[in-house]
Structure formats: C-alpha cells, structure tokens
Design a binder for this molecule. Sequence first.
Ligand SMILES: Nc1ncnc2c1ncn2[C@@H]1O[C@H](COP(=O)(O)OP(=O)(O)OP(=O)(O)O)[C@@H](O)[C@H]1O
Length: 293
Amino acid sequence: MTAALEAKGLGKKYGKRWALSQCTLDIPAGRVVGLVGPNGAGKTTLLNLAVGQLSPDAGSIRVLGGRPADGPAQLARVGFVAQDTPTYSGLSVAEHLRLGERLNPKWDDALAHGRITRLGLDPKRKAGKLSGGQRAQLALTLGLAKRPEVLILDEPVAALDPLARREFLQNLLEAAVDQSLSVVLSSHLVSDLERTCDYLVVLVESRVQVAGDVDELLATHHRLTGPRRDPGTLPADQYVVSESHTERQSTLIVRTTSPIHDPGWSVGHVGLEDLVLAYMSAAPARPSLEAVR
Ligand SMILES: Nc1ncnc2c1ncn2[C@@H]1O[C@H](COP(=O)(O)OP(=O)(O)OP(=O)(O)O)[C@@H](O)[C@H]1O
C-alpha cells in the first residue's frame, strides 16, 4: 500500500539554520495520525513540506507516492488546514464555499452546505466576524469538502474551547471513516490525540523518536518500578526510553515485545501522555525507533 507520507533524510533550512534535518518517516495510508513534539521540533515545517508550501533543502518527501503540489492532480489529493486556520476575512461563509467549488475539481457541495447548516454558521456572515472556533470549523469544512485523500491539519484545535474541540475532532473522525480519508494532525493536546488518533509520531529536534500504531505502542511500553538499579543491566530486548531515580528507587519506561519476568520490578501500564512525555524528554541523540508494521 502506498504510504500517506514518506520522508527520507528530509531537511529544510531557514538561512543557515536547519528547521528540520535528517527526518525519516513512513506513515501508512488510511490512518488518523497524531504528530506531537515540543515547540520548535519541526512539525509545522514538516507539514508545510508535505503540502508543497515549502521545498526541501535536503532529502525527499512523498505524499501518496507523489511529489507535494506537483500539478493539479496531486493538489486535489491533499487537503490542508494550516496552523492559523486561514480564511479570507472579507468573504462570507457562502463565498468561501463558492470559492472552494471553483478551485477544487472534486468539491462536494452537499457536504459543505450540510456541515455549515449543522454547525449553525450563517452563510452570509463574513469570516472576519466569526469566532476563532467558527473559523476553524469553516476551514475544516473547506478541507473536507475538497474530498482529498489525505487531510493535513496543523494544530487545528488550539483556538477551540474543550467542547468545541471534542466536536471538531469527532467530526474529523467521522469524516475520516466515511470518506476513507488519511489524516495527519499535529497537536500539543495529547489527551485529544488519544481519543482521535490510531497512529502516533513523536518528533523531537526534527528526529522521529517513535512512530507506530497507538495500540501497539501502548502494549509494548511498560513502567518498571523497583529498587535502584543501573538501566544498563537490563536485558538487551528492553529498550529504556526514560529513567528517573531516587536514592533507593528506580522508575523506568521501557519498550519491549517480550514479557517482563524479573520479580524485582513492579510492572505498570503506560498511558499515551506518559509515553509521549517519556520520548519528549529522552535525549534526542537516541536512535529513532519506528514500530514494525
Ligand atoms: N519562517 C521561519 N524563519 C526562520 N526560522 C523558522 C521559521 N519557521 C520556523 N523556524 C524555526 O524552525 C524550527 C522548527 O519550527 P516549526 O514551526 O516547524 O516547529 P513546530 O514543531 O511546529 O513548533 P510549535 O509546536 O511551536 O508550533 C524552529 O527552530 C523555528 O524557530
């Protein structure tokens, strides 16, 4: 199956400084992917490269096997909701939909109008007079009605209140299922991603620290608590993601596909938030891990 997004040694420079470097990633199609990482990790840069708003200075990126923004056919396959959910403040909601229809060959007008009605947005209202959340919903409507095969969203829920966030993500999830859409979504709100995403990518200093199926990641990561111990003494198949120690006790987050039999450890479950934090605090020099698919 063609990957939704495939990056190899991808890099982008601003002036002399690399905003993204040596980024290698392979995201399968048909998934709802959460992209997380600290501020400045390179998430926006990666997503802008994926939609062709930036061009790489090193390596390559493919979306659904094609070069980003490489002609009208490729443009039609990829939808993008940028970080600030841009709309034209002087145009009304209805005018946005008409523009969407004119610019997109696969435009689904019934879907667009249905969503706007369901959301209670006044078609005559200018986008500049909408709230941040309503603008985000308008931008999502444009992205969905374009009927792309991949929809890329850069922190689309940042401006939304918790209820609006939940509704937005629920809508997105339903659309992903109904339209067999691949979704790549960046966010700092891991609890939202936990409800929405079935695939996770953690990017730290432009390196993929971990990428894989959420259920598989949760099943293979464990919290080990026990008497203080040097993590170097653990079996080779237990990869230590993070460690913390007191004088007497050690707490480790480890990744392994094998059962942990050591009676010295008390073995606990790791939630998605803990898993993300463990990888975010791990030294960026660690080798990046890609879950076996
Ligand atoms: N237009 C620009 N000019 C110069 N440097 C930039 C520009 N845009 C981003 N950068 C730098 O590139 C790096 C990656 O930024 P990017 O916006 O991709 O990170 P991010 O992971 O999306 O961060 P955030 O979570 O804060 O949105 C940062 O060090 C940032 O300062």
